[in-house]
Write a protein of this length. Structure first.
Ligand SMILES: [Zn+2]
Length: 225
């Protein structure tokens, strides 16, 4: 296994954690085919991330890739090519120094809602109001483009608090992040952050399901009057 200096054994356990997170997304029905991608910020300006073109719920630790946070700064990537969405991950990490985990999935119901012009309000439900008090909606952009990556990163870094834990992408699912203190970025802290990011993505999915059902129930009620 090709590892970068400074990552050491931490990377071994984090590879297991990324594979487990992918299986969790699959078990919840949040990813299909080769959709979705996950990453963790390692030491030394390196990201550990999922490969392109593979099911994320069937990955083995050796299937993951490491890529530089800043391609111009290095080090050289290792492993298979990452998703084209890695541009979004890089932009978020570059903009939010606190973020150590990024998880993205094409949540089907979020795509239906945003396709129909709806943006669910996280303050409508107690759980999302507490854990995700803001949920910005980023207008559609070309997948893999620097333009979209820049707008997503900007949405994660508003000028006024709170900092978002997740954002919706119009017709493209959602992205969730989690942070760790700079002084505590050992394996346990990074794994906990990855779990929290998946938790947040699940909460976005719950909100979207409830929002859709409320729309449908209201419409059915209006028809039956
Ligand atoms: Zn995507």
């Amino acid at each position: 296994m090709n590892r970068h200096a400074g990552t050491g054994d931490i990377e071994v356990s984090l590879r297991d954690a990324v594979c487990a997170a992918g299986r969790r997304l699959g078990a919840r029905g949040l990813i299909s085919a080769a959709e979705g991608n996950l990453s963790i910020r390692l030491a030394g300006g390196v990201l550990l991330t999922t490969p392109t073109g593979r099911r994320k719920d069937e990955l083995e630790p050796a299937d993951l890739a490491t890529v530089p946070l800043d391609p111009a700064a290095g080090p050289e990537p290792s492993g298979p090519p990452p998703s084209s969405d890695i541009a979004i991950h890089r932009a978020i990490y570059a903009t939010r120094a606190d973020v150590v985990a990024v998880v993205h999935a094409h949540l089907p119901i979020s795509m239906a809602l945003t396709l129909a012009g709806h943006a669910p309000d996280p303050t409508a439900l107690p759980e999302t109001a507490y854990h995700l008090p803001v949920l910005p909606l980023v207008a559609f952009g070309e997948m893999g483009s620097a333009e979209l990556a820049g707008r997503v990163a900007a949405a994660f870094a508003p000028t006024a608090p709170p900092l978002p834990g997740a954002v919706l992408l119009e017709r493209h699912g959602a992205i969730a992040v989690a942070s760790a203190e700079v002084a505590d970025r050992g394996s346990a802290a990074l794994e906990a952050a990855l779990v929290l990011a998946v938790d947040r993505l699940e909460l976005v999915d719950v909100l979207c399901r409830v929002w859709r059902d409320a729309i449908l129930l209201r419409a059915a009620g209006e028809r039956s009057v």
